[in-house]
Design a protein around this ligand. Structure first.
Ligand SMILES: O=C(O)CCC(=O)N[C@@H](CCC(=O)O)C(=O)O
Ligand SMILES: [Zn+2]
Length: 345
């Protein structure tokens, strides 16, 4: 069964990742294949697969899932994890219980080993791809396509929808794995999602303070999904990842794909530490100076009074309570995020 499916979908490449890299710049028509157990796999575009279990199969968790990786092309470990999970399914190692959309976000950037080519794909969602400055850019077209594909998936599957957008970070981190929960007015993180993060060995959660233009902000605001950006470690090139560090998320995702019940939380992953974003540092372009060193780790804390950034008009100092930095990156265009300042909740 499985060899036929593999050949039909990814021919002449050995697997989904190889196919995606080999066809990164190509527009392929939608193609479908049915596994011998009745699961339908539709390749909606290069790097985008919609998987539908046969209609008579139970979906015990009554859910639909979107799982994305490679929104940043150089964040390879989560891409390798999704590719390995799909290969297991195609090899008949387990059966799919729930509708699933698997996405490798930016194939041309994956080939180049870069975060992005023209513009950061993860700043183009929630309609930002339509701004005039992004007109004609392939990343804008990809964001629009991904939004539309997710919208159709959400409409076709009126189950509880979750979206996990998997990333790895540029800097080292005092907390290796952490998730960001996009801001939606009045929303609280469901307990079942906290337990899933712990199951995936993600022990830290950051609550965003405003709606953004990330993929997870789009899926939570527009599709009303329970969405998370999940940071799983540090950026490394393909083949250079220690995949043993990603077993937690791999096992947890496989459990959801199979429709198995959630296990009880277990030490040492039994406690989620929650932070909230208190301030988003933007490159103002007005002689903007960022006073955090380039090599500082995520979650490094700064004492009250520390000057974090300044420009012609503003000098931002940490207030009375210490603040920690996440995603420091001075190398971003004017108007974009240079870092997040956070505090424990
Ligand atoms: O390490 C970094 O500086 C960036 C890692 C990364 O790509 N993070 C995401 C977070 C998205 C979110 O805020 O939900 C990003 O910057 O796009
Ligand atoms: Zn990323």
């Amino acid at each position: 069964m499985t060899a036929t499916a593999q050949i039909h979908l990814f021919e002449p490449n050995p697997d989904w990742l190889a196919h995606t890299l080999a066809h990164a710049a190509v527009d392929l028509p939608e193609t479908k294949t049915i596994l011998s157990d009745g699961t339908c796999i539709s390749r909606k575009a290069v790097g985008v697969l919609q998987l539908t279990p046969p209609p008579d199969r139970a979906n015990p968790n009554q859910e639909a899932l979107i799982v994305s990786a490679g929104i940043h092309g150089n964040e390879t470990a989560p891409i390798e994890v999704l590719n390995a999970l799909l290969s297991e399914l195609l090899n008949g190692e387990w059966q799919l219980a729930c509708p699933l959309l698997l996405i490798l976000g930016n194939p041309p950037a994956m080939v180049a080993g870069e975060r992005f080519l023209d513009v950061n794909l993860n700043r183009l969602f929630n309609g930002a791809h339509g701004r005039s400055e992004y007109k004609g850019l392939p990343e804008a077209a990809r964001a629009q396509f991904l939004e539309e594909t997710c919208r159709q998936f959400a409409m076709a599957h009126p189950h509880a929808l979750s979206h996990y957008d998997l990333h790895t970070a540029i800097r080292p981190s005092q907390r290796e794995k952490f998730a960001l929960y996009p801001f939606v007015e009045g929303r609280q993180v469901p307990e079942v999602q906290c337990d899933f993060l712990l199951e995936a060995e993600v022990e830290t959660l950051l609550l965003q303070h405003k709606v953004g233009t990330t993929f997870s902000s789009f899926s939570s605001s527009v599709l009303r999904a329970e969405s998370f950006t999940v940071e799983l470690g540090k950026v490394h090139p393909f083949g250079m990842n220690d995949l043993t560090r990603f077993e937690g998320v791999k096992n947890a995702l496989r459990r959801r794909f199979c429709g198995e019940p959630a296990p009880a939380t277990q030490p040492p992953f039994d406690h989620l530490t929650v932070f909230e974003v208190v301030y988003e540092i933007l490159n103002t372009g007005k002689n903007f100076q960022f006073h955090i060193p380039d090599d500082v780790a995520n979650f490094t804390e700064y004492a009250p009074g520390t000057v974090i950034w300044e420009d012609d008009d503003t000098c931002y100092k940490v207030g009375e309570i210490p603040e920690a930095i996440v995603f420091p990156n001075r190398d971003v265009p004017v108007g974009q995020r240079v870092g997040l300042l956070i505090r424990p909740r």
